[in-house]
Write a protein that binds this ligand. Structure first.
Ligand code: MG
Length: 452
């Protein structure tokens, strides 16, 4: 975590942490980092989007950048637009799934990939430095572009060809910009589309912008009442997607991820897929069965994107529904992922609940151990040492992940709360409880040791 950038760009309550002044400095720093060039700026539906985006734009212009203002768009629309139109970078003003009083700023590279933590550190240094301005002749202007959602829709339709004829789909857009893309894509694919929360409104009157099962009751009810084949829900900026089965049940995050990995590997022959350390072992099973390989990454879509590039993966994703399809662009794309799921259903010709039954499901348990932030590094050092004494297969890409014959455990300090999280998954409920108890005790012992 940097001074301004957190786990997903600059993010905070507007008027407190995130002010137009900070946005101006961020925009100026990006302009200086790029040394000019063409930059697209988009925003989600939040009421302060214009205030923050205007400040970012002023900062970019002050460094001689040319700005393309794409208005209210999905984060993946911005990423796709930057990559398709050959711009030098993109800026998205969004707070994703956070409540309406939040907003944020996230930077994107020319291929649609999020700025890496290293790039963000550089931006922070420039933000804190003394500004320099170009000669007056080098200032450029802003072009408004309303066609970015169309560019995105077309890109998705080039990527996903299957016919959705005969499928009835309900899409819950969370009053966010996904309403500009997903319903159009699905109709173009031949689906019958019913939308809810599909008008743009930064107050999020329909539901909370985080697509958790408890926020999706209306979607579940609607799927049942109109007898739909699938329910689709996005978060506030549509880099994520989650699904509801034809029975109106929330489709498990990991099972869905495994299904999609399976389909992509079937299509590509074989290859590597990138998933974070928190993803279920069902992904490993499905991928291994098809001769593929799983690359584990830190939690966060930018790490998945980095791994895709480094390892040449054919796909990458996190269980929360941020999936990256590198053939299209490097930004997690909820509408594209929704289209993928529809094409999967269309080609399989079977309901989602039935497909999910083919994916094994294992009990997962999570527990938090309270731990002050300043003790976390020492506690994790101790955990790693102790785990190495007892186990052979250990991955320390993010926290400590222990691979076992019949499951795994992940011990990872939270980036936002004073807790160390213990996650375990095993083939049986009993074994999962055993593992949880073992690793929770280990963290507690280490904490006692560190405290002395
Ligand atoms: Mg998001």
């Amino acid at each position: 975590m940097g001074k301004y950038f957190g786990t997903s760009g600059i993010r905070g309550k507007v008027g407190e942490f995130l002010t137009p002044e900070l946005a101006l400095r961020a925009g100026r720093a990006l302009g200086e980092y790029l040394g000019g060039g063409r930059v697209a700026v988009g925003r989600d539906t939040r009421v302060h989007g214009d205030a923050i985006a205007s400040a970012v734009i002023a900062g970019l212009l002050s460094q001689g950048c040319e700005v393309v203002d794409v208005g209210v768009v999905c984060t993946p629309t911005l990423g796709c637009y930057v990559s398709e139109e050959g711009l030098d970078a993109g800026v998205m003003v969004t707070a994703s799934h956070n409540p309406p009083e939040y907003n944020g700023i996230k930077f994107w590279n020319s291929d649609g990939m999020a700025f890496t933590p290293d790039q963000e550190r550089e931006i922070e240094e420039i933000m804190d430095g003394e500004p320099e301005y170009p000669d007056w002749r080098e200032f450029k202007g802003v072009t408004r572009e309303e066609g970015a959602p169309e560019v995105h829709v077309e890109r998705i339709l080039r990527e996903v060809e299957a016919d959705g004829e005969g499928l009835r789909v309900v899409v819950d857009c969370a009053n966010g910009p996904s309403s500009l893309v997903t319903p159009t894509v699905l109709r173009e694919m031949g689906c019958e589309v019913i939308t809810i929360n599909a008008h743009l409104d930064g107050h999020f009157p329909g539901r909370h912008p985080e697509p958790r099962p408890e926020h999706l009751r209306e979607l579940m009810r609607t799927v049942r009442s109109v007898d739909a084949d699938l329910g689709i829900a996005h978060d506030g900026d549509a880099d994520r997607v989650v699904f509801v089965t034809e029975e109106g049940e929330f489709a498990g995050y990991d099972e869905v991820l495994a299904l999609v990995c399976r389909r992509i590997l079937e299509e590509k022959g074989a290859g590597k897929v990138a998933v974070n350390v928190d993803a279920s072992m069902v992904v490993d099973e499905v991928v291994r069965e098809l001769g593929g390989e799983v690359v584990r990454t830190k939690v966060g879509d930018v790490y998945v994107a980095e791994a895709i590039k480094r390892e040449g993966c054919v796909f990458g994703g996190e269980p929360n529904g941020t999936w990256i399809h590198p053939d299209a662009h490097m930004c997690p794309d909820g509408p594209l992922s929704a289209a993928w799921m529809v094409s999967l259903l269309a080609e399989e010709g079977r309901p989602l609940s039935e497909l999910l039954e083919e994916v094994p499901r294992y009990p997962t348990l999570r527990e938090n151990v309270e731990c002050p932030d300043e003790l976390k590094p020492k506690v994790m050092e101790c955990v790693e040492r102790r785990v190495r004494e007892n186990y052979d297969e250990i991955d320390t890409v993010d926290g400590v992940r222990v691979e076992l014959e019949d499951g795994w455990a992940l011990i990872r300090p939270s980036g936002t709360e004073p807790v160390v999280r213990v996650t375990v998954e095993a083939e049986s409920e009993e074994r999962a409880r055993e593992l949880r108890d073992e690793f929770v005790s280990l963290v507690e012992e280490c904490l006692r040791g560190v405290r002395g």
